[in-house]
Design a protein around this ligand. Structure first.
Ligand code: PA5
Length: 424
């Protein structure tokens, strides 16, 4: 269940704005629903409702095989080929896992020699499988790391056995990773042509890492399907994802330049990382777009809180207040000293609730618009619901701004520069 509250942003995004801009919102939603426009990027919209039983069988078989063969799987990918999977694992898997759990470790999301060399040393003590994820099959970071880790595995287990321990998730037909994987007879899973990286977490890109980590990914898909069905029924005036998109659009036009997704729950923090990429790559173009950033409260209240409260008012806060059905009850003990007595017997959930309310009041009164998105449910279904909700909001927001939310021409510049320097 996801609810939007604009109460603490109404000073800036008024009901009058909402009424006046309803035709623009209608237009943007229409652009999204026009499946012929930007069709190359819209495969994710109906994806949760389709029958994926064949894909599920393949995912389950690979996960079972890799879990039997190894106790650690390294998932190699960057951007949309890893942020979704990482955020799903953080949300749905306990942070402190027990001995004997199957580890899923991410790599190739940067170029650190230290990180990767230390990971290789660590793997010496583990039974290892690899999953390489790259839609294009040519991205520099995962390519460099994959071939390094592949060689490590081949030296350790021999080429034949290494080939049985590697899965490639890539385009169904084209690209150099597809060709390499077919030559080596790796097990493979496809990334649909019409689903771009940052919209791909509900495809094999996210589902296999979830299955490897023991997450019930079918519930994730059910959550996304439910959200799709709910949102599809709504008119613009009642549509929380469209309203959120419109509110941030208006705030941007009023001179706010950055939006922080604020989380209070560490297991949701990586979701903010996924959200950041989704909005950054989809909307940061043509000289426009809110700069998406993230704040982890209450931790960051003791660092960035000062800036948010008192510095130049450039920021919008979107508070993602999530409550999970598996949240344990933890209570502060009684009998505290006089100064701490107000905490006597108070539950941590109550502390968090009061923190959310107090911070929203303090910040909005100081001139920081606060949008509240409240979500409740079991971690798996809720993950699917949130993914779908924000994907719709992001794509609609792109159309509100008159940009294409499915391309990312700006990321090519650094890649081309690197390639030409490395080839020189
Ligand atoms: O959203 C996107 O398209 C990008 O962030 C890609 O996911 C990222 O660049 C990785 O690309 P690839 O999967 O082709 O290696």
């Amino acid at each position: 269940m996801i609810e939007l509250s604009l109460e603490k942003a109404r000073r800036w995004f008024t009901e009058e704005h909402e009424a006046r801009l309803a035709p623009l919102a209608e237009f943007a939603l229409g652009e999204l629903n026009d499946r012929n426009r930007d069709a190359f990027g819209k495969g994710w919209i109906d994806w949760p409702a389709a029958d994926h039983s064949a894909l599920y069988r393949e995912v389950d078989a690979i996960a079972a095989d890799f879990r039997a063969k190894s106790n650690a799987t390294v998932v190699i990918g960057i951007g949309g080929s890893y942020l979704g999977a990482q955020s799903a694992l953080s949300m749905a898997k306990p942070a402190f896992t027990g001995e004997g759990d199957h580890e899923v470790i991410f790599a190739g999301q940067q170029l650190s020699p230290t990180y990767h060399a230390h990971l290789l040393q660590y793997l010496d003590k583990r039974e290892v499988t690899l999953v390489v994820v790259s839609k294009s099959g040519t991205t520099l970071e995962p390519s460099a790391v994959f071939h390094t880790f592949r060689e490590y595995l081949e030296k350790r287990s021999g080429v034949e056995e290494a080939n049985r321990r590697i899965c490639a998730i890539t385009d169904a037909e084209k690209g150099s990773l597809r060709q390499f994987a077919d030559e080596r007879r790796y097990v493979t899973l496809p990334i649909p042509d019409d689903i771009g990286g940052r919209y791909s977490v509900l495809t094999a890109v996210g589902l296999l890492p979830m299955a490897l980590a023991g997450i019930d990914y079918k519930r994730v898909m059910q959550g996304a399907a439910r959200m799709r069905e709910e949102l599809a029924k709504l008119k613009v005036a009642d549509h929380p994802a469209v309203k959120y998109a419109l509110a941030r659009h208006v705030l941007y036009q009023q001179g706010f330049v950055a939006e922080a997704l604020v989380t209070y729950e560490p297991r949701v923090a990586d979701f903010a990382g996924w959200w950041q990429q989704l909005f950054g790559e989809s909307q940061g173009k043509d000289g426009t777009g809110l700069f998406p950033t993230m704040l982890r409260y209450t931790t960051d209240l003791h660092s960035m809180g000062q800036y948010v409260q008192d510095a130049r008012k450039i920021l919008v806060e979107t508070v993602l207040d999530v409550h999970f059905s598996d949240e344990p009850e933890l209570v502060v003990p009684r009998g505290l000293d006089e100064k701490n007595a107000y905490l006597d017997g108070v539950s941590f959930s109550r502390l968090q609730e009061v923190a959310v309310e107090s911070v929203m009041v303090a910040h909005s009164e100081a001139g920081v618009p606060n949008i509240l998105i409240r979500a409740k449910g079991d971690p798996e279904s809720l993950y699917g619901e949130l993914v779908y909700f924000f994907e719709i909001a992001c794509a609609v927001g792109g159309y509100l701004m008159g940009t294409n939310p499915f391309d990312q021409p700006g990321v090519e510049a650094y890649k081309n520069e690197m390639r030409s320097r490395l080839k020189a």
